[in-house]
Ligand binder design. Sequence first.
Ligand SMILES: [Zn+2]
Length: 240
Amino acid sequence: MEIHNLMEDMVRSTVDELFDADKPGQPSWCTCQQCRMDVACYVLNRMKPEYVVSSRGVAHAEQDYNEKLQRLADVVSTVREGWARINATRRPHFDHTSVAPVISLPDGPVYNIPPIMGRLFDGATFAPIDNLAVSLLDEKGQLVPMMDGNWQNPCPLVKNTGGTFIFWTYPVLATSERPERLFTFRVSAQAEGYDELSHFVELRLAVENKAQDQFSMQAVYKLPDMYLFPPTKDEDLESE
Ligand SMILES: [Zn+2]
């Protein structure tokens, strides 16, 4: 069963509506894809999520019309607030010129690799790890290419994100007639003071006609939580 946050749909569509309006917030405000994502994150971090599991949940959430209007009003005002803030602190390193990200995706049948997400903890303290980068490697041990510049491989773990890493892989062109293919990836993390972590991920994927260019939390493949441990000392091994 899939868990879905209805608030995410509402926030994304409201952001697009306001950003695409004839008179967006202030004429100087940026409407690029990165700023849209930043504003959507700003709003989602401030609104109560609304999780549903099934179509029944969706129907139920749609019932209270007045409440829905109120929520929409809250979303709109929070989008405006977030947009103003994000413009004031515009990311300097990012190219704000593009209206939509220019990703050239492979033409024709592809394997769409779902975004792969996991969390990394210190096995001794159970604290999330935030001072290293996690890599996603292919069968040959090469770094797997990501969808675009917003996704990094190795993926650095940053403070206050609970040790979360996420990879969104560039689609793989299907070169044979096989309707499905087994992909083996390796999640790897190496840091001083810890044993190397290797976790294999096997995904059997069906070939699809079109490359997936929309990121969807629903499609995310969640890995089990992973732990890094201090290296086993030689004397421990000998005493066994
Ligand atoms: Zn921008």
